[in-house]
Design a protein around this ligand. Structure first.
Ligand code: NAD
Length: 319
């Protein structure tokens, strides 16, 4: 990577896995795409359905398979698992999904030892920890989709609050857990290079603490709001997962808040959570630890405590 022939595997061809596959096909980021699912018929059906658009897309081949068919993958996305039930927290899903992710990661790594593993299954931070421990792959090669989706929601909601701006003008990160303890790094928000207060001033708006709280709450609760209405979320995660894959296979060195194993940043060690990282062909090229406000550091450390407890509760499944 970057190369013209990219082989990708998606483990779990449910709503999320097939939305990622569809997104990839629409952008032509893979030349060979393998879908693996314990429900082989479902993977076959999705592969058939998507491949019937082949005359209008760039993907060379999309098919259902088993792990031997995934050999030589450049990147493996793990979405297999159980779905979040209405009212169920992501951490409640943990035990059900840890065994699935452990087995999927081990089998995928056995056939593609050089692949980057990208975990999407929830709770994604703890599942990324499981995948790394289960395979022993370098931490730079095992990442989670983390808060890239949350940050995308955050930028969209901020853009709305700023009078309907194009969200692409707004930079901003949700950090920490992909879940209830996540928080916006307000100190890092930039609107076309301006800090948020300055942007509000020139736009003749007030961005008071109530408004900030509303954006943070709506970002954090977005998944619950969608699940209450349609039982699952998949288009947004499909789009942002494709974008993470693109950054890696094209060796872009793009900066995104994926879930990574920390090694001392902000005093946090051996915990998977989201910070901005540079993503390239070797996975995580660098974890960035920008200067944060003191209360943001405290929130990050709280998130790390929550996730360390989550990791501890599944550690026995991978040791
Ligand atoms: P789904 O039920 O539609 O699909 C899950 C698929 O996994 C099913 O097809 C199932 O057969 C398969 N599966 C189960 N065990 C497997 C195994 N051992 N090997 C291979 N495949 C297996 O669920 P979904 O809506 O696609 O959600 C999948 C996961 O993605 C869930 O954990 C969900 O919470 C998560 N998710 C994460 C994010 C995020 O931002 N990280 C966003 C949305 C959903």
């Amino acid at each position: 990577m970057p190369q013209t022939s990219i082989k990708l595997t998606i483990v779990g061809a449910g709503f999320v896995g097939s939305a990622i596959a569809y997104s990839l096909v629409m952008k032509g980021d893979a030349s060979d795409l393998v879908l693996v699912d314990v429900d082989h018929a479902r993977a076959e059906g999705e592969a058939m359905d998507i491949s019937h658009g082949a005359p209008f897309a760039k993907v060379a081949s999309i098919h259902a398979g088993d792990y031997p068919d995934t050999a030589g993958s450049d990147l493996v996305v793990i979405t297999g698992g159980a779905n979040q039930r209405p009212g169920e927290s992501r951490l409640d899903l943990m035990a059900r999904n840890a065994a699935i992710v452990r087995d999927a990661a081990r089998q995928a790594a056995e056939h593609s030892p050089d692949a980057i593993l990208l975990v999407v299954t929830n709770p994604v931070d703890v599942m990324s920890f499981v995948a790394q421990r289960a395979t022993g792959l370098p931490a730079s090669h095992v990442i989670g989709s983390g808060t890239v989706l949350d940050s995308s929601r955050f930028r969209y909601l901020l853009a709305q609050e700023l009078g309907g701006l194009d969200p692409r003008c707004i930079q901003g990160h949700i950090l920490g857990e992909h879940g209830d303890s996540e928080f916006p790094a307000w100190s890092l928000v930039s609107v076309a290079g301006m800090g948020l207060d300055e942007a509000a001033r020139v736009l003749d708006l007030t961005f008071d603490p109530d408004r900030r709280d509303r954006v943070a709450r709506r970002t954090r609760d977005a998944a619950h709001e969608i699940i209450t209405r349609k039982q699952a979320t998949y288009y947004g995660i499909g789009m942002i997962t494709r974008r993470i894959i693109e950054a890696i296979v094209r060796d872009e060195r793009a900066i995104m808040p994926v879930s990574v194993r920390l090694s001392g940043q902000y005093g946090i060690d051996d915990v998977y959570l989201s910070l901005p990282v540079i993503l390239g062909e070797h996975g995580v090229e660098q974890v960035l630890a920008p200067g944060l406000a003191a209360e943001e550091v405290a929130l990050l450390q709280h998130s790390a405590d929550v996730l360390r407890a989550g990791q501890d509760s599944v550690r026995h499944t991978v040791e």
